[in-house]
Design a protein around this ligand. Structure first.
Ligand SMILES: [Zn+2]
Length: 345
């Protein structure tokens, strides 16, 4: 009954995303902003502020000019920071000019203008990402303890009764990896950290899609698992290569992620209803919570007070959902184990 409602709700969500998902950044198209960044990178000045990272000493130049010397790492690091600092200070300057003219904030390079705290570019999102990382670690650890030490093991092989143990371990690792890079990316936004964050997120989403299909279709033998996984794996790999080496297309990536997300939410929700899984209410809460949280990404308001935007709130909502999600995974392991032990007797 409730299972019937989810497809409709989620279909509406997909449509909402496909219409609202494309973001062009008005901020970095602004010629005044562009000129400011160009000037800053050359002179190391924005208004009357100077950017220490953009001031290269004569000894830096000398090293740089030697034909047989690779550009030293610290110089590359300095240039990276110079560009990032210039973009940041030009953005802040441009935004205050725009505010004085009574204009609303606009996005720069796909992101809202945030105020930094120390080195933290988006302090709220960075802290919340770290919190998510911790929640996944705690969830995964308690799952590990449950299946290995609390639940009975198969008498001969000493392996767990639960058939999806290994798959959830990989899921735990990929989740922690994704939140780790999310923390780094929200702390310091460079091209490299951005690509690592996007790639890890896509890898996690693609993998969890495979896992959701394997669990909801009760796929247990290796050959069929490979058959399910191969096309998705091929697609996800191609998509990651496309983002990294061809074009980091935010609009297209958003569509890919939303479609992969919706399919797995649907699979879980319908399966739980059809199988009358004893812990379906936990699962439905997570599915519903994620669907609602995704609305935040659609609504996508500008940062409140310069710190908290829709994206940060989306990272906040996933914290309790992560707890509930691992709780469902553990319940599923207990439920399957109990069934298999009963069958074996
Ligand atoms: Zn994020």
């Amino acid at each position: 009954m409730t299972g019937q409602l989810f497809p409709l709700l989620l279909l509406l969500l997909v449509l909402g995303f496909l219409v609202g998902g494309l973001h062009a950044s008005a901020g970095d198209a602004d010629p005044i902003y562009r000129t400011c960044v160009e000037q800053c990178e050359k002179t190391g000045n924005v208004g009357d502020m100077s950017i220490p990272h953009c001031l290269f000493s004569s000894s830096d130049e000398a090293v740089n000019n030697t034909w047989y010397m690779q550009e030293p790492l610290y110089l590359q690091w300095k240039q990276l920071n110079c560009k990032s600092d210039c973009c940041y200070h030009c953005m802040i300057q441009r935004e205050s000019e725009r505010e004085a003219l009574g204009l609303n904030p606009v996005k720069y390079h796909g992101k809202w203008p945030f105020k930094r705290i120390f080195v933290f570019q988006e302090p709220a999102s960075a802290a919340l990402s770290a919190f998510n990382l911790m929640m996944h670690f705690v969830g995964w650890l308690s799952f590990f303890v449950l299946v290995n030490y609390k639940l009975p093991l198969r008498p001969h092989s000493k392996r767990t009764y639960y058939e999806y143990t290994g798959l959830w371990h990989i899921y735990g690792l990929l989740s922690m990896n994704a939140w780790f890079w999310s923390t780094i990316f929200h702390t310091r936004d460079f091209e490299m950290t951005e690509k690592l964050d996007y790639s890890s997120a896509v890898a996690l989403l693609g993998y969890s899609l495979i896992l959701s299909l394997l669990r909801t279709f009760d796929v247990k033998d290796e050959a069929t698992r490979v058959m399910f996984a191969a096309p998705i794996l091929a697609f996800v790999t191609t998509h990651i290569l496309f983002l990294n080496f061809y074009q980091l297309d935010y609009g297209w990536n958003m569509k890919v992620c939303v479609v992969m997300g919706i399919i797995q939410l649907l699979a879980w929700a319908i399966w739980a209803g059809m199988k009358r899984h004893p812990h379906r209410f936990k699962l439905w809460t997570v599915v519903f919570g994620v669907a609602i949280a995704m609305l935040l990404e659609i609504y996508d308001f500008s940062p409140y007070g310069g710190y908290v935007d829709a994206h940060a709130l989306w990272h906040a909502t996933t914290i309790p959902l992560t707890y509930l999600w691992w709780s469902f995974i553990k319940s599923d392991a207990e439920y399957r184990t109990a069934m298999l032990v009963k069958k074996a007797k």
